[in-house]
Write a protein that binds this ligand. Sequence first.
Ligand code: 5AD
Ligand code: SF4
Length: 446
Amino acid sequence: MQTKENMQYFIKTFGCQMNEHDSEIIAGILDSAGYQPASDISAADVIIINTCCIRESAENKIWGYIGNLKACKYRKPGVILAAVGCMMQQKTLGELLQRQGRHLDIVLGTYQQHRLPEYITRVLAGEGPIVDISEDNSDFPDELPSRRQSSFAAQVNIIYGCNNFCSYCIVPYVRGRERSRDFAAIMAELCSLAASGIKEVMLLGQNVNSYGKDWRRQGRTDAPDFADLLREACSVDGLERIRYMSSHPRDFSLDLVDTISDLPKIRDYYHLPLQSGCDKILKAMNRGYNTDDYLAIIERIRQKTPTAAITTDLIVGFPGETEADFQQTLDFVNKCRFDAAYTFLYSPRSGTPAATMAEQVPLNIKKKRLQRLTMLQNQISLELNQSYLGRKVQVLVEGLSKNNSDFYTGRTASNKIVIFKGQPEQIGQIVDLTISGAKTWHLEAL
Ligand code: 5AD
Ligand code: SF4
């Protein structure tokens, strides 16, 4: 029988940065339990798929991937297949598992991932498929190890779950209510990351602005908030850049902009998901702000830090979105002039209020709108990138460019990708470059 000491694991991650970091934690848990990372999937004795359900397109891709894993079972009959994460936490999963996931040995939701070693042991001992999507996280350990992907940039959880219930979004149903992570534990992690040479930290949560609100609701009036956490994070020597993901415009006060504006390690980059530039649609989305509120934040950012880059998320084809409503989004995007926008076709998610709203927009109209929005945004991105020509920037070097290995790639403080002629020893360092070229998606310093 196989023992865990000679067993290797492989993790395939779908979805957002929260999931990327969850996979780092799963790797850390398995390392601590004595398993070894596999160099590729064919060498693995345990294959873990960390899943995402934010849009139907993600789910289709994942079911395809899971389906293909059947072949691994034929090639290597003892291999253990585990699926974990958001998609597994959905209420509607049972039937699909019966149809498309019968070869999975372990299915864990978002609350039970720390149990993976225990369940692998049980499967090795002959237990049949195990499904645990319980929402009971009372014995969730406060601190978990993680195997970090990068030696110079790291992600740190600060708050789990989401209370917002935007009417299109599945996240509150699969990630539960907001739970802030202990302030001292976060700071200890930041200090230890800085000591190990990490230069950039991403503070993670579904809605980072809510940090500490759960404690204040419980009556702890002195509980720290997100601004406190940012100030404290900036005081950690060695950390050069602090980022956060994701924030919500409803909770992004002008005071918070003022706080960030005084923090050079943070102030050059804002990601502020707008979703729609039409007030009627924002209301139907239950976003809790209107375009005037949003514009006030943007104007304050530009007034305080004119060089800051601002990016956003936009959804096209939300139920009830007319051509005139969509035109308002185009007009508003023209007004805000984002550095970049992540644009999505609205995808109905079972169990969310928007999925059953009347007036669902046909797919062909959604696609045409997405195309128009992308064309407009690409033009704006290019123009804003051209304003960097001749400018000196500081770039944190990430490694060789994926598209052309003659060049290196890194990011400015404003999160712009820069392609340049570099040296291997610059990886993980911050270098001074002068921008000589500007494209829609990146800058060049050649
Ligand atoms: N359909 C399309 N896009 C969505 N997003 C979240 N839920 C949906 C959905 N049902 C987008 C939002 C969010 C980003 C992470 O994903 O724009 O900010
Ligand atoms: Fe996907 Fe959202 Fe879950 Fe991230 S939190 S993995 S984007 S469903």
